[in-house]
Structure formats: C-alpha cells, structure tokens
Design a protein around this ligand. Sequence first.
Ligand code: NAP
Ligand code: HSE
Length: 433
Amino acid sequence: MMKSIAVGLLGLGTVGSGVVTILKNHQDKLMHQVGCPIEVKKVLVQDVHKHRTVEIDPSFLTTNANEVIEDPEIDVVIEVMGGIEDTRQLVLQALRNKKHVVTANKDLMALYGPELLKVASENGCDLFYEASVAGGIPILRGLVDGFASDRIIKMMGIVNGTTNFILTKMSKFGSAYEEVLKEAQELGYAEADPTSDVEGLDAARKMAILASLGYSMNIELKDVRVQGISSVTSDDIEYSKRLGYVVKLIGTAHRKGEKVEVSVQPTLLPESHPLAGVNDEYNAVYVYGEAVGETMFYGPGAGSLPTATSIVSDLVAVMKNMRLGVNGLSSVSPQYEKKLKDDSEIFSKYFLRIHVKDQVGAFAKITSLFSERGVSFEKILQLPLKNKNVAEIVLVTHEASLRDYEEILVQLRDLQIIQEVKSSYRVEGGNQG
Ligand code: NAP
Ligand code: HSE
C-alpha cells in the first residue's frame, strides 16, 4: 500500500466539517479508489476553542495558515474558508509550495480563476473547484468531460438556492419576500451578506465559471449582465401564473456562432420547461448540446455533506492523477478568444407590466411604439385597478432584440399616458439554437 496522503484544511465550518465527515465515513470506498488512506493533518480556523460539530483532534487545529501551507508533509490543501484577497494569497502560496488545491470558493474562482490555474499548471499541481458551482451537483466535470465531444449551445442554471427558496415560497404560499429571506438565512442557505444572493451576484459568479468552462473562453464576472430578485413582487408572480409561467432567477449562457451572452435575471419560464419544477433551495443546470440536445443536472446546491461530496471527489481526482503522474495537466487554457454579443444580437421575449392612464387611444400609443420596431405581442392582459382612472396592462412580447426592447422602454416611460412601468422581465421560450 502507498503511504497515506496528508490533507490540510483551510476552514472547518459548514463545508469543512462535511469534508471531515465524508473522509471518515467513506474511508473504505476512498481507499479502494486511491489505494491508500487519506488523513487530515492540520486545520486552519479562526478560533481553536470554538465548539465543532465534528470530532477532531484539538492538536490539529491552528490559527497559523503557514502550519498548513508550508508543511512539507501536506500533499493537498482543501480551501473551505471563503473570502477573496487573503485566501487568494494562501492558495497561491500553497500552489508555489507544490501542493494540490481543492476549493469550494466561487468568489475566488470567478475573479482569479485564470491566474490560479496558470500558477497551478506552472507548478505541476491540480486546482479543482467542483463544489464552487451548484454545491453537490457534479456539473463542472459533467461539462468538461461529459460534453467533451459536443458543442454546448445553451446553459441555463438555477444556481442560487437562496433565491430559488424565496421565489418558491412566494409563489406557492404567497409569502412575503422579507419573511422568506429571513427563513433562508436561518436555514443557512444565504451568504453571510445575503445581498450577493438576492441581487444575483452569487449566481453571476457561478455563471462566469460555467460559461468559461462550457465555451472554453475566459468569461469574466464583468461580462455577466446581472439583475437580482429584490424587485420581484407577488403581483408579478401572480400575473406570470395566469399567463402560464413560473418566475425563477435564471443564469443564462447562450452561444450563437462564435459569440456568447451571459446573464443572470428573473426570468419567466413556461410551466413545461424542465427548470420550472426545480423548487425550494434546489439547484439545476440545463445544458443544450448541439448533438445531444436537452440535458439537465439537478440536486442540492449547498449544505455541508452535499458540498463536501464534490470536494472529496475532487480530492480523489487529484490522487488518481498523483498515481498516474499527470497532476497539473488537466487545466487547459481556453480554446477561444472571448467574443460577446452586443445588444442587437441578444434576442428574447419580454414580460412587461405597466400602469396606464385609462384614456381613449392609450393602448394604440403603446402598440405603435412596439410595431415601429417590428415587435409584436404574444399575450395581453388588461385589468382595472382600484383607482378607476388607471388600468394595469400586462404584455408578453414575441422575440425582440435587447437593443430594440430597451429603446422601447425608454420611449414608453416618456409617454404622457404611462403612469408607471411596474416591472419588466425576460421570458424564456422558443428555439434553443
Ligand atoms: P463557514 O461555515 O463560515 O466556515 C468558514 C471556516 O473558515 C470556519 O471554520 C472559520 O473558522 C474559517 N475561517 C474563515 N476565515 C478565516 C480566517 N481568516 N482565518 C482562519 N480561519 C478562517 O463557511 P462555509 O459555509 O463552510 O463556506 C466555505 C466556502 O465554501 C465558501 O467559499 C463558500 O462560498 C463555499 N461554499 C459553501 C457552501 C455551503 O453550503 N455552505 C456551498 C458551496 C460553496 P472558525 O470556525 O474558527 O470561525
Ligand atoms: N448562498 C448560496 C446559495 C450558497 O444560496 O446558493 C451556495 O453557494
């Protein structure tokens, strides 16, 4: 039997504790796959006296990161402490010290992935990050290995559990936004600062990672258009239902020819769409391949044990590479130069809810703005409001370019008959290619 593999952990919180549990409970299966025991040797924490949910020898705990990343006996560092700048320095130092790194840190990988992967490769080290997107779903390996023979056209993801939980509860039980957000925080789904969940930034980071891997292009966070769910109201959800749609926070990455678009935004999905039935805190990633057609990966996007399974599977991959002597070779640089679509090349249907002064000819003024740009309507609802002089109009357009649609919105807001544009969202539907 080979000597045991020594692992150092940076962090022993929700995910780190899960890693320790999986290593202990699944040791037999792991040993069978990698041919030797795996031992946790040192663990970086903030407070060595804090109560831990897992059994760990107190002498393994340290508040000195160097005891993990400078220890010559540690082969693999598992980064589950979170954070960006300080963590980046620790990961860089670990890689320069020839330690393989496994991380769950989407914030770090979305911002510094290319730099870290380059340093890993220069040092003959693996840097794996399966847990950084959709926690327990093996989506990154699914994209890279499972789709190795296909061209990915479209990816759509429910990649943030907090917002899916909130929208599900608002839709099923009519719960108030603030109340459900609090529940999501109590259940541990939300980030320490939930703004990054509800304003779409957490999902945007995950979509940048997915799009970079799926399209083999260096898609950066700044390339992702982001709109969160804080403006979604129960009225929007009710009208969407009446029109046959479900509202979800969807990350979309779409390729047409050589160009791609990546966004995160509240989106109306037809009830028949595979992602429409993904509820509560669950995540799913829908992938449309040119040859394979529709596929979907579904599962828990967060949580101690689900996230830890992805981390320990990465660890197994590192150890298999060690046995074959091929560490550091799997990180291939992007194949394509980044080419982003401009607004005239991004097409979608749109949902629009407006309050209009109830006057003769008001609707004609609205329709003429759309028809001047060749945009027609698929669905229309008009309802009286309590204020008898104002009507609520809900429209779903046929496909329009983003440029045309945004110009229409600007002109619409300027119309004297428009009291307020209440909401506007993308509507999914139609051709995947
Ligand atoms: P957590 O529960 O807050 O745990 C963080 C751990 O890191 C704690 O043990 C903490 O020490 C330690 N730590 C943090 N900052 C430190 C510092 N400056 N120096 C030393 N130790 C430090 O976080 P988590 O939920 O496990 O998340 C960890 C990472 O996994 C994050 O990048 C997160 O985005 C990612 N992730 C989490 C989930 C999830 O379901 N939670 C899912 C996917 C990805 P103490 O225990 O002493 O405070
Ligand atoms: N806050 C994240 C979510 C945790 O709600 O999905 C997993 O990354």
